[in-house]
Design a protein around this ligand. Structure first.
Ligand code: MN
Length: 259
């Protein structure tokens, strides 16, 4: 083989490589470090549920709306978000240590049903909304109430009261395929064995389907979004050493110890 023929073959090989390059993996600029994904375990499954966004509805039980100073008959639903990495997973049968957060002297429990979406969209009609739900879990929307109230009084965003590390406590997800869509059933929370919150899912002002429909007017919902569906009345403070036991008909208990 002559030198010139070798050169031609080399050029042909280079051209082929260049031509093939777009089909090969193009990694693009590499992240300078990796971030852990936030996921929720699924009862009875080996796979986990990846979390995209955490939405929460405010004042969704009439008696709680009244105790928070609003009129439950006139207010449209309102929503806020927590950061995705605020998730604290708690396994069934475990009492997980939950750190008392900084800056607060009035740290409140809010027991809630959580819906997890497997798909989404915009302007989802109420009748189709539940088709997007993958499953449900029991959760706690932990709240620095003094910070929330102080910011609210100043007409400032009360994010600091709701959106902090570990503020979204959650048990394992239970697929709709196994438990259906809970529309009624006792939901309760006890602190050190004393019942504090005790209500029924049927007392929600806005159903999970209505929450999904309403949220999808404001945001494009997507797979991985979860929705804390509101807490019943008798929210209240916890201190270090307290053990919280949350119960919802048909799901395993959820328990944390404040440390
Ligand atoms: Mn809440």
């Amino acid at each position: 083989m002559t030198a010139s023929r070798r050169d031609l073959l080399a050029m042909a090989a280079a051209a082929t490589a260049a031509g093939a390059a777009p089909a090969a993996a193009q990694p693009g600029p590499a992240p300078i470090f990796s971030l852990p994904a936030t996921t929720i375990p699924i009862a009875g499954e080996s796979g986990v549920f990846p979390v995209r966004r955490i939405y929460c509805i405010g004042r969704n039980y009439a008696a709680h709306a009244i105790e928070r100073g609003s009129d439950p008959t006139r207010e449209p639903p309102f929503f806020f978000q927590k950061p995705t990495d605020a998730i604290q997973n708690v396994a069934a049968g475990e009492t997980a240590d939950h750190p008392y957060p900084s800056l607060t002297q009035n740290y409140h429990h809010e027991v809630e049903l959580v819906a997890a979406l497997k798909s989404g969209g915009v302007d989802i009609p109420v009748e189709r909304a539940l088709d997007h739900v993958y499953g449900y879990a029991l959760g706690l929307d932990m709240t620095r109430r003094d910070l929330q109230n102080a910011m609210s009084a100043q007409k400032k965003p009360w994010e600091i009261g709701k959106s902090f590390d570990h503020a979204a406590v959650i048990g394992p997800l239970h697929p709709v395929a196994r438990i259906g869509h809970p529309r009624a059933g006792a939901i309760s929370l006890a602190v050190n064995g004393t019942l504090r919150q005790n209500s029924d899912l049927s007392k929600m002002i806005w159903s999970v389907a209505e929450q999904i429909a309403k949220l999808s007017e404001a945001f494009e919902l997507k797979a991985g979004d979860i929705i804390y569906s509101g807490t019943p009345e008798n929210v209240g403070p916890v201190v270090r050493g307290d053990v919280l036991l949350c119960r919802l008909d048909g799901l395993p208990d959820l328990s944390i110890r404040i440390v």
